[in-house]
Design a protein around this ligand. Sequence first.
Ligand code: GDP
Length: 613
Amino acid sequence: MDKKNNKKVRETNIPASNTNKNKNMNKVHGQVFVFTKSLTVGELAKELNVNASEIIKKLFMQKKIVTINNYLDDDTIGEICLEFGYDFKKEEIIDEEDFEKIQIDDKPEDLKERPAVVTVMGHVDHGKTTLIDAIRNSNIAASEYGGISQEIGAYQKVVDGKKITFIDTPGHEAFSAMRSRGASVTDIVILVVASDDGVMPQTIEAIDHAKAAKVPIIVAINKMDVPGANPEKVINELMQHDVIAEKYGGDVMVCEISAKKKQGIKELLETVLVEAEMLELKANPNRYAIGTVLEAELDKGEGPKATLLVQNGTLYSSDYVVVGSTYGKVRRMTNEHKQILKEATPSTPVSVIGLNEVPLAGDHFMAFPTEKQAKDIAEKRKLKKINEERAQNSGVTSLENLYEKINEGQMTNINIIVKADTTGSAEAVKASLEKLNNDQVKINVIRSAAGAITESDVLLAGASGAIIYGFNVRPSALVRKKAEEEKIEIRTQKIIYALIEEVEAAIKGSMKKEKVENILGQAEVRNVFKISKVGEIAGCMVTDGLIKNTALVHVLRNGVIVYQGEIDSLKRFKDDAKEVKEGFECGIKIKNFNDVHEGDIIEAFEMIEKEDE
Ligand code: GDP
């Protein structure tokens, strides 16, 4: 045990050979020459401890003429090794920042059984949601939490003393969106088919998804309570899609249930356990955690918040993690009942706060022993992502020059980055924007995510020629300055309709001369004073620009607008002030708003007519 933090000494996930320092190591191990990159004749000779001229001679005999500085291909290196009595092996070195590609080989003695991770799929209205609710609220193992409201989209149930993890996202889009990002989290799919409706298009789609992911299916024939329920018909229809029930010699287990009447649920769960046992699902709890993001959002009070599924290893609170291309320290880890956990073993879903940015569902995560390592790797991943996205530079950097481009007659691409307060609204904005595509304009939403507008968004916009849209979120003063320097257009809107209308107008070349927000400055709330009959006064430090008593304000918490209104009074000490400049303290009372928090940013702005460029 590591006494200081009470954690076990765990195995790390990145082998020493993958750390950058040790990359490209070629070595003779006994009689095997292991190489990681192509070598020159001279280099190979040195490694094999032979004379370069001997290699040149051998190749000459094969009518290959080389000099000491020529690079040899892998096959030739292999041939030479064999000639000199060595076996050979080419090892691919994966960069440490591509950690999801690193093959983790646990020793059999380190592996422990882990709970199965189950996803429910099926045609619309066949009863997925009802089944998920029935399972969640079932009290099979007299577990004390049955029925208590749930905080995250994944949960565990104890059945016959064993845990099963359920992922709550019914619908195939979530499943395939995860898969398209290289994430596979599900061990078993429960395919819900309504007994009175049979196999339908989305049933077939679900079968295809499960097969593509090589995940076994358990069929739950639902609605067995309705008159006319015909399970045999369902079983026969499924056979046409290569889902063969056990009783017909196949390997698919079938349960008959009524999700609504809560019948057959226990048997279904027991079937899941049987399937899980056959799959021999195992993991090594004694290594740093690896897993996948199931969902993520920007919480107004707590900042970036993600539901992580630990797939191998154990995640401890206060571990350092790289998640997607962000990182952080696990500040608090809770289960679906909001209970605080100190550790999360394999197959446990947990809600985590402490990340620097909001990751995406399907992102991989890995825990690291030190903050420095986590930070370095996250930075490299971020850079890599930006470089990959850079390729798609559009040349349209402002909505105003969009119409000019369109008028040039060519198909115009426009790249947009959407940041919003929730993943849901980010996706809604993305979907609405992409609907505007026509044969003249193609809108590519190159990033849509929950969270404040960050420096990384500005970098990406710069690299790919994109416009940033903030939907109910804002950049910090620092990020705004950076965007100005880089000439990146940041637009903000609070209603989807207005945002879409604005882009539509830009496409048609009919953008109105509009009023825009002119940011005056920002102040950070250091103290909150509650004064009876008056309300809350925010004791602030002006950190940027100035605050005017006539200004309009946004109250920002973690970059999200939590309130918009006007200043009621602005004071320096006891006196009313017309304006307070950067570096000075002031008291701000916001009209009709009494929920200001310490750490909030009050952003002062006024509406002005937009100048022509
Ligand atoms: P989903 O679209 O697959 O998530 O389906 P829902 O769970 O929303 O269910 C669709 C409809 O079927 C709802 O009206 C449910 O009440 C009903 N339903 C679900 N399970 C059963 C069942 O076992 N028996 C009956 N009779 N109705 C059910």
